[in-house]
Write a protein that binds this ligand. Structure first.
Ligand code: PLP
Length: 375
């Protein structure tokens, strides 16, 4: 079965991990600093905080944003549940805003209509790799004194009007899961231009430990002393995985280029099929295509999905609207809340999209998809 996403590991990646394993450090060492510096540079901001997953990155980012019980976070339902769960775990009420029918990205007009005096964060997701409307979301956020968070699990390597994802929002989170645009096996990062947000993120991912004597409450305790001022967790990404990440990051442009070729091939071969809609690209956007979300007629989606799987094309569906999960159902969220996102979900099928796809693989996906959809 051809998977919908897959990592690309080359001898250089393996050598980087091998060298890290032979070094004095396994967990927190020089490779962490190297990787964080490289991620920050790529994002175009000062600060990068590596963590153990994209989910951890969201949990950390919401902690840095100061999310507390009673706060509201406005986000998209067309995402992996972690975008919402990371805030819910801090006690936030999740408010779902509907999406733009063309891109599947959160609709700024819907966001605007949902802002209350309890809103603290607007969290968009760069669905499939297409950057959210950062200009509009930033404007709404600054007018209401909110933070704008971008879940860029799909979009490291994307840019908008020449500005890289990472520089568009107050806080940006990445995932380095194997199917994503680059991998550290499990891993993620929070990036920001704001030193205070970065410091809070760093504290939360390391138990809230304070080692700086200048800000300790009991600095005279002894040279061994470190103290906790607020609760945190251990989300430290190991040196060994950071070494893999630095090596992968150096390959990101190649990955993005191959993903773009696959996107173009699918667009050219599938656009004439009846009832099919191709992924849209907003003006000025240069997406790193994490997914290729094809939309087919809703009443045929299941049949097409099953036929493709049966013929060895490992398609996926991204995503069931987040509030359809029983955890939200049990809190009273009802189907129908965001009709555009629900319609998008009902028609969506993600075709295989990863840099290791050969031209023959792409041809096979196209041939089988055309046969199945036309049937
Ligand atoms: C993958 C993903 C996450 C979670 O990342 P993990 O590294 O798997 O924890 C969060 N949000 C979105 C949109 C994702 O695709």
């Amino acid at each position: 079965m051809l998977p919908y996403g897959r990592q690309s590991i080359d001898p250089g990646d393996i050598a980087a991990v091998d060298a890290a394993l032979r070094s004095d450090w396994l967990t927190t060492g020089p490779e962490v600093d190297r990787f964080e510096a490289a991620i920050a540079e790529r994002a175009g901001v000062e600060h990068a905080v590596s963590v153990t997953s994209g989910t951890a990155a969201l949990h950390v980012a919401y902690a840095a944003a100061g999310i507390e019980p009673g706060d509201e976070v406005i986000t998209t339902p067309l995402t992996f549940v972690a975008t919402a769960a990371g805030a819910a775990l801090h006690g936030a009420k999740i408010v779902f805003a509907d999406v733009d029918p063309a891109t599947g990205n959160i609709d700024p007009a819907a966001v605007e209509s949902l802002v209350t005096e309890r809103t603290k964060v607007i969290a968009g997701v760069d669905y499939a790799g297409v950057p959210v409307d950062g200009a509009a979301l930033r404007e709404i956020a600054s007018r209401h004194g909110l933070l704008f968070l971008e879940d860029a699990a799909h979009s490291i390597g994307s840019s908008q009007d020449g500005t890289p994802v990472g520089s568009l929002a107050d806080l940006t989170t990445y995932s380095f899961f194997p199917t994503k645009n680059l991998t550290t096996a499990e891993g993620g990062a929070v990036v920001t231009a704001d030193a205070e947000l970065a410091a809070r993120a760093r504290a939360f991912k390391n138990h809230g430990l304070v080692r700086d004597r200048a800000v300790q409450r009991h600095p005279d305790e002894g040279p061994w002393h470190q103290e906790v001022h607020s609760f945190g967790l251990n989300y430290r990404l190991p040196d060994v995985l950071c070494a893999l990440g630095t090596s992968q990051l150096a390959r990101l442009d190649q990955f993005v280029a191959r993903r773009a070729e696959v996107k173009t091939a699918y667009d050219e071969a599938l656009g004439d099929l009846d009832g099919v809609e191709l992924p849209a690209v907003p003006e000025g956007a240069a997406p790193a295509w994490h997914l290729y979300p094809l939309r087919v007629p809703a009443e045929r989606r299941r049949e097409i999905f099953e036929a493709l799987r049966k013929r060895g094309i490992g398609v996926q569906v991204n995503y069931i609207p987040a509030y359809w999960h029983p955890v939200f159902e049990d809190l009273g969220y009802q189907r129908g809340l965001c009709p555009v996102a629900e319609d998008y979900y009902r028609r969506e099928i993600s075709l295989p999209m990863f840099p290791g796809l050969t031209d023959e693989d792409v041809e096979r996906v196209i041939e089988v998809t055309r046969e199945v959809v036309a049937a």
